[in-house]
Design a protein around this ligand. Structure first.
Ligand SMILES: NC(=O)c1ccc[n+]([C@@H]2O[C@H](COP(=O)([O-])OP(=O)(O)OC[C@H]3O[C@@H](n4cnc5c(N)ncnc54)[C@H](O)[C@@H]3O)[C@@H](O)[C@H]2O)c1
Length: 436
């Protein structure tokens, strides 16, 4: 099949590349000329494990192309994916200007039947708005399908190639048949393509992300309470998670959820509720608790330094909002950096992939190191904010030797509390007993 993907970011590029991998011809459109030139020269503009192999293979096979021209893109594909940003607007709602801006142009550019697919995360009712916007200028038939994406950054290629489910929201048989034909190669093991109406599909994505954000936040509150009463959240987590109704995943406490999806999606569902006369009280609490959780280590750090953070040098391991990505959108590390800088501390940071993105944001305010050990040299403390695998078994002798004080504030609970005690490291983590 011939496919067009409009918006070639984390979702669009993975979608385009994986669809090419199953033999489709794909053209990816992006407004960012620099990014398009980079891809045309054979360079992957983001860090996503395994994407590069598929990217190069499909370019070489002539199945994957890139352009800045929406007109060229629309004249190509039978199915047109919109993988455009839907960032948080000032009032918390999802900003639909990217989607509706492109929809406005689509109407005038299509000359034959197309299926337009909302792959972006969009509030209930967006498909209707996209239909109305395209219809203003369209002279040919078209269908708009809601097909929310559930891939996780860091596992995006695997998630796309082997999805647990595919949700297709449409009431057009013609569009549903085309979508099934496109996706059948990805569900050969029997995972479902779930067909529903557009609104239910749109809400499915927000409900899933908000539920996961709530699960994390609940565990963060349990962890905070563990500290008050001397319980160990790791024990509680395992005790709870073995109940199959609860499940083991998404129970790890930490310094709050971040990333390009959960924060904005929870807020967008909350706002969508308000707009429709419904108060999502549980989401109000989730947002509030998460805001505090992102900087929950700071009072502990301040107390360690007896309130005097000015002039202290704090090393940070991990800047990306989670491992295996260079994405720093809403990363808890950035909230900590802002607070530390505002208290007069110096920040030196290391991350395996995200340094270029953080550099762009902070200029010279933060120093960076290309090694997880070099960054510790003459630092007064270490904060761990992303659970990259390389941080899991460090050489603790080296860590102690390089740090001015043997103290680690771990926002991801990477190490065993007793092991740290044996190492002679003061170890402050989330929801577990402290080593004094
Ligand atoms: N990132 C994720 O893990 C993830 C997962 C599931 C769903 N989503 C949703 O998918 C959507 C896209 O997210 P993303 O992370 O890929 O965003 P992104 O910011 O990485 O990519 C968006 C791309 O769209 C391009 N763009 C902007 N305006 C354009 C225009 N007018 N024409 C062509 N291209 C344009 C940008 O240059 C950028 O390359 C969002 O709604 C997001 O919520 C994201």
């Amino acid at each position: 099949m011939k496919i067009t993907v409009v918006g070639t970011g984390y979702v669009g590029l993975v979608t385009g590349t994986c669809l090419a991998e199953t033999g489709n011809e794909v053209i990816c459109v992006d407004i960012d000329a620099e990014k398009v030139a980079m891809m045309q020269q054979g360079n992957v503009p983001i860090y996503e494990p395994h994407l590069d192999v598929l990217f190069h293979r499909n370019i070489k096979a002539g199945r994957l192309k890139f352009t800045t021209s929406l007109e060229e893109g629309l004249s190509f594909g039978d199915i047109v994916f919109l993988a455009l940003p839907t960032p948080e607007d000032e009032d918390g709602s999802a900003d639909l200007s990217y989607i509706l801006g492109v929809a406005e142009q689509i109407g005038g550019l299509i000359t034959e039947y197309k299926v337009i697919v909302d792959k972006s995360t969009v509030p209930v009712g967006t498909a209707e708005k996209v239909v109305a916007t395209i219809a203003k200028n369209a002279k040919v038939d078209f269908d708009v399908v809601s097909n929310p994406e559930f891939l996780r950054e860091g596992f995006a290629v695997d998630d796309f190639l082997k999805p647990e489910r595919i949700v297709v929201g449409s009431r057009s048989e013609r569009a549903i048949n085309l979508m099934k034909k496109l996706y059948n190669p990805f569900v050969r093991s029997g995972n479902p393509i779930i067909i529903m109406d557009e609104k239910s599909a749109e809400l499915t994505k927000y409900a899933a992300n908000s539920f996961l954000a709530t699960k994390i936040t609940f565990m963060n509150e349990i962890a905070n309470f563990c500290e008050k009463v001397g319980a160990d959240v790791d024990k509680v987590r395992i005790g709870m998670g073995t109940d199959s109704r609860i499940g083991k995943r998404f129970l790890f406490p930490g310094i709050g959820y971040g990333g390009s999806c959960f924060p904005k999606d929870v807020k967008a569902l909350q706002k969508s509720g308000k707009d429709n006369g419904y108060d999502f009280e549980i989401l109000d609490a989730v947002i509030e608790v998460n805001n505090v959780q992102k900087t929950i280590l700071l009072p502990k750090i301040a107390s360690y330094f007896e309130g005097k953070l000015e002039g202290k040098t704090i090393a940070i391991w991990g800047l990306a909002f989670k491992p295996e990505t260079d994405d720093i959108r809403e990363a808890p590390a950035l909230y900590m950096i802002d607070e530390l800088l505002s208290k007069g501390a110096n920040v030196v940071a290391f991350d395996p992939e995200a340094i270029p993105n953080v550099k762009r944001k902070y200029n010279n305010e933060v120093s960076f190191s290309d090694s997880m050990y070099n960054v510790l040299e003459n630092a007064d403390a270490l904060i761990i904010s992303t659970e990259w695998s390389i941080f899991r078994t460090p050489d603790f002798n080296k860590v102690k030797e390089l740090l001015n004080n043997p103290v680690i504030f771990d926002g991801r609970n990477l190490y065993d509390v007793d092991d740290m005690e044996k190492e002679g490291i003061q170890y402050i983590s989330i929801g577990r007993k402290k080593v004094n």
